[in-house]
Design a protein around this ligand. Structure first.
Ligand code: ATP
Ligand code: MG
Length: 388
């Protein structure tokens, strides 16, 4: 499900509506507080969150992250503006529709786990299903499945206090997933965990997301976490949206000094992956392409080579010289004229790609996804520009 946020304002205080005009006229957070005693939580936020994306919201403490995410399931009502989920206006839902929406479509994972101390791990996990009205057998089956998915098989009958923080958060995640929501809201969900466990949880979330394809809204203070998880990142400051973009866009073109301050200590080579920087293939041909046409294609584009694909699998490169040779030898197809290509997985950190690229005499490196399908190239110039 996609989420569209349109011109959301949230003002906290006694008479929020009465302050709206001032904010729309440009009064900022500090001035509003001084002049009226009202707190500006969100200031004209518009966002598009695509289905299946991990969308990260970042910003300093008090910048409005939690306020924003709580609008998505209407735990908070906006002072003005609209929230659309798959085109449906969340503000227009009646109480019954809203309850349905919260029970089936959207769930939340909290920073402090939010588990019931007197319920077992299994009962905690099955809680959302109980609320949905499912019978014990069915809800235990689903809860057991998700506990196994997050690595907690064997702990079903324990109580939260018997588990480590990381394990408790896994219960929180399993609980959020049992109702099979389409949207997962995670507010600083991993922030209470120590760094190693935190990284494990990030890996687990990414791994699960490969098959789940949920729309995940993830709040964090931590830029490394944002860059690892986010397909897109939005940065808030004093209730305003300062920048939205891919991790690469944020790192390469920070919108202002505030964003710059977030990213200044980042080691780009370690946080960016081949998948972040890949470029699509310019010229593609197949094994059966005729050498004369391939040569013409390469020449007319002023290129050095074309990619030879079989479906979406990369077979190799055909260089201009080899295409010429194939023509001279009147070859029927490109099979015997290919150059091999070095390939990396899209999750490979640039730190590891860089030496490969340098030792390979500047030849391009191909990037593949989990199924070994070709996604694009990492080219030398771009990589060096990025990590320099
Ligand atoms: N219920 C409330 N009543 C009054 N002001 C509030 C309320 N909730 C939030 N605020 C104010 O709105 C602003 C945004 O708060 P919010 O909790 O969304 O920040 P945050 O980015 O999530 O911060 P943190 O990183 O510390 O969790 C803050 O100035 C806060 O004081
Ligand atoms: Mg918060």
């Amino acid at each position: 499900m996609n989420i569209q946020i349109r011109n959301i304002y949230k003002i906290f205080g006694k008479k929020p509506e009465a302050q709206l005009a001032k904010v729309k006229d440009g009064m900022g957070k500090d001035d509003l507080l001084d002049a009226t005693g009202h707190t500006l939580g969100l200031d004209n936020i518009s966002l598009d969150i695509e289905a299946g994306q991990i969308f990260v919201i970042m910003g300093l403490s008090g910048s409005g992250k939690s306020t924003l995410i709580r609008h998505f399931n209407r735990l908070i009502e906006p002072t003005d503006g609209h929230i659309l989920v798959d085109g449906n206006d969340v503000m227009a839902m009646n109480p019954q529709q809203l309850e349905d929406f919260r029970r089936h479509k959207i769930s939340m994972v909290f920073q402090r786990f939010g588990l019931f101390p007197h319920k077992t791990v299994l009962e905690n996990t099955a809680y959302g299903l109980q609320i949905q009205g499912l019978g014990p057998a069915e809800r235990d089956k689903k809860a057991n499945y998700w506990l196994e998915q997050v690595g907690l098989k064997g702990f079903e009958q324990q109580h939260p206090h018997q588990l480590s923080g990381g394990m408790q958060q896994r219960v929180g995640l399993a609980r959020a997933l049992t109702t099979d929501p389409e949207i997962l809201l995670m507010d600083e969900a991993f922030s209470a965990l120590d760094p190693l466990i935190r990284r494990e949880m990030q890996d687990q979330l990414l791994e699960l997301q490969k098959s789940l394809n949920k729309t995940i809204v993830f709040i964090t203070h931590d830029l490394d976490e944002a860059l690892r998880l986010g397909d897109k990142i939005a940065i808030l400051r004093d209730g305003k949206l300062v920048q939205t973009g891919s991790p690469e866009e944020i790192l390469l073109s920070p919108a202002d000094d505030y964003v710059q301050a977030f990213i200044q200590d980042v080691n780009r080579a370690r946080v960016l992956t081949a998948g972040h920087v890949l470029q699509p293939a310019k010229l593609t041909v197949t094994l059966k392409s005729q050498p004369a046409q391939v040569l013409e294609l390469i020449r007319s584009n002023g290129a050095d080579y074309a990619c030879v694909l079989d479906g979406r699998h990369l077979k190799g490169l055909i260089t201009q010289l080899d295409a010429q040779r194939a023509c001279q030898e009147q070859a029927d197809g490109l099979h015997d004229y290919l150059s091999a290509v070095h390939t990396v997985h899209c999750d490979t950190e640039l730190e590891q790609v860089l030496p490969e690229l340098l030792t390979r005499h500047g030849g391009p490196i191909a990037v593949t996804d989990n199924d070994g399908q070709f996604e694009g190239w990492v080219c030398r110039e771009k990589l060096i520009a990025l990590v320099a």
